[in-house]
Design a protein around this ligand. Structure first.
Ligand SMILES: [Zn+2]
Length: 143
């Protein structure tokens, strides 16, 4: 079960961004969930609600989940195709010389904060990708 590790990862990064921006309350967080991340949205939401109760800045914060399509790249014909539909075999040329371009990651897309008077959008396209092109390796977040 990866979901709790993912939630902790997201909350840690949200808190870091909130601290930088002197935010005291997070209203909602929108994430992009890769199609082949193995993370189950329902579990993620459950873990989210549980974890947010323990963080004053996160209490009541809503989690919005958007699905990110998984894309595989073919090294032989240099084309991309949808991973879920064709898996490892390129539909353009039949090659198996392919690798996953994206879709295994969980990215923070948007954070909405609660100010006393206004809701402010403080972060566009903020994400937790690592240096490698596959971004966050979910398995690495399991404690
Ligand atoms: Zn190909």
């Amino acid at each position: 079960m990866h979901e709790l590790g993912v939630v902790f990862y997201i909350i840690r990064d949200v808190k870091a961004v909130a601290a930088e921006n002197k935010v005291s309350k997070v209203a909602s967080v929108t994430i992009e969930l890769g199609e082949v991340s193995g993370v189950i949205p329902e579990y993620l939401t459950d873990c989210w609600e549980w974890a947010c109760k323990k963080e004053p800045i996160m209490v009541g914060a809503k989690l919005n989940i958007e699905t990110m399509q998984a894309i595989t790249f073919c090294e032989d014909c240099r084309q991309e195709y949808p991973t879920v539909q064709y898996a490892k075999i390129c539909p353009h040329c039949g090659s198996e010389n392919t690798y996953l371009l994206k879709g295994r990651d969980v990215n923070i897309k948007d954070i909405t904060v609660m100010e006393s008077s206004k809701e402010d959008d403080m972060s566009q396209d903020y994400n937790l990708e690592n240096d490698d092109h596959n971004g966050l390796d979910i398995s690495a977040t399991v404690e």
